[in-house]
Design a protein around this ligand. Structure first.
Ligand code: TRP
Length: 444
């Protein structure tokens, strides 16, 4: 047995850490452009239905497994499930490496943009020019990789500090600040002349754009944004004591996460329309449109610096949560030193990030099934590995682990009238829904 497991210092700290994991570049960068690519409001509705329909139930399930076992994903599935199930934990760790390999690249862009903003190189509302700056930066073979190394280093440094003094301490400060800045920027974007067309595009459902792929993109986004399917919430749950009200925690985190995603769209879409950008511009959306918003507001350079700092911070609080499960695995199961594990895992992630970055420049022509390396890793993690991880977790908690509801009741302290509904979702709705959506998009 190892020494006593470290726990969160406070409930607020835990909620901020879990929300910090959920709120990341998935919300601010990926959600608006995915919505844009999928015809706006109809996508938003499908997304919301999925968060309510199974996102919250799955987040609860994952945290419960961790809290009960007080272990990393591999150990938790071994203790509660026995033979075979630790594979789900191993797959989660693998998913973590895949996600970090492209996550740190975008996070590196945000660090670079702090500097570009501060040095006035983005001070224009001309879409052409902003596109040009972005395009030439991401295609550079050296600079984005150097920034991603810096970002990976920051992540490693915080994770090395442990739970209460590393992860929790940072989240408690950074998350509230992020929220305030977001509200200010939404207010500015909404009051831009011509911005309302963006709101209409964003919120008005156009169901003619809905295909099997819309559902597939929505499901991938739900998993990615709520941080479910790879053991992050499981690991964060393992640092909780048994009296935490998990469904309430999951609901709170999902509300914060969805709120930020919706607000991020309201920050970006009005600006997209006000300055004549293309709402389906894809990954570049945040990096080319927001600078135009800043250039158009008094004190905009300062706000721009602040915004990209906070975006970097949101990325940081998420990246931490992707690294922590692997670290806890080596620490729990192999009695490895936290510091050593952090360093090695970070170096591996950094190395895996290099091809992801190069796929915007040097190796842009190299594609598999029409996707460059970056898109391929994004697709593999978000559209395949996370949904499968979530599906298996649902099956495990719904069918295999007999004590799930008993554990959820906090030793009888909570009366959970809707627990049967939760089980129903885990047993049928989530697994069948996930399978059906995946199969119909991949083979339909
Ligand atoms: N949710 C984060 C975002 O939206 C990314 C993230 C953090 C994540 N931890 C995760 C995604 C675990 C999947 C699994 O940016």
């Amino acid at each position: 047995m190892s020494a006593a497991r470290e726990h969160w210092g406070s409930r607020f700290g835990f909620i901020m850490a879990a929300a910090g994991s959920a709120v990341g570049i998935g919300n601010i960068w990926r959600f608006p452009y995915t919505t844009g690519n999928n015809g706006g409001g109809a996508f938003l509705l499908i997304y919301l239905a999925m968060v309510l329909g199974f996102g919250i139930a799955l987040a609860t399930a994952e945290m419960l497994v961790g809290r009960s076992a007080q272990r990393n994903p591999v150990g938790a599935f071994r203790i509660l499930g026995g033979k075979g199930w630790p594979l789900v934990g191993y797959a989660g760790a693998l998913t973590g490496f895949v996600i970090l390999s492209f996550y740190i690249i975008v996070a590196g862009w945000t660090l670079a943009y702090i500097w570009l903003m501060a040095s006035g190189q983005l001070h224009t509302t001309d879409p052409e020019q902003l596109n040009q700056v972005f395009g030439s930066f991401v295609a550079d073979p050296v600079r984005p990789i150097a920034y991603s190394a810096l970002f990976m280093g920051l992540t490693a440094w915080i994770v090395a500090g442990g739970i209460a003094h590393g992860i929790e301490r940072w989240n408690k400060v950074l998350m509230p600040s992020l929220f305030i800045i977001l509200l200010v920027l939404v207010a500015r974007s909404l009051t831009l002349p011509g911005g309302m067309a963006g709101v209409e595009f964003y919120l008005k459902p156009d169901f003619s754009k809905v295909t099997a792929h819309t559902f597939y993109d929505a499901i991938a986004q739900v998993f990615f944004s709520l941080s479910i399917g790879m053991g992050t919430l499981l690991t964060y749950g393992s640092y909780l004591s048994k009296n935490e009200h998990l469904p309430k925690a999951a609901l709170t985190v999902a509300m914060i996460d969805t709120g930020v995603a919706v607000l991020a769209g309201l920050m970006i879409m009005p600006a997209v329309f006000a300055f004549g950008f293309n709402p389906s511009a894809g990954p570049g959306l945040t990096f080319v449109t927001l600078p135009a918003v800043f250039a158009s507001m008094p004190g905009g350079d300062l706000f721009g610096v602040l915004f990209f700092s906070l975006l970097a911070i949101a990325a940081l609080t998420s990246a931490i949560s992707i690294l922590e499960p692997m670290v806890s695995y080596f620490v729990d199961e192999h009695a490895a030193s936290r510091h050593k594990t952090v360093i090695i895992a970070s170096l591996v992630c950094f190395a895996l990030g290099i091809p992801a970055s190069l796929s915007f420049g040097l190796t842009a022509g190299f594609t598999i099934a029409g996707k460059n390396w970056f898109d391929l890793m994004d697709f593999l993690a978000n559209n395949i590995m996370l949904p499968l991880g979530g599906l298996l977790t649902a099956i495990f908690v719904g069918w295999v682990w007999k004590d799930a509801v008993k554990e959820l009741r906090n030793q009888g302290a909570l009366s959970l009238r809707w627990a049967p509904l939760w089980l129903l979702v885990l047993r049928f709705l989530a697994p069948l829904g996930i399978l059906w959506i995946m199969l119909s998009a991949l083979f339909g």
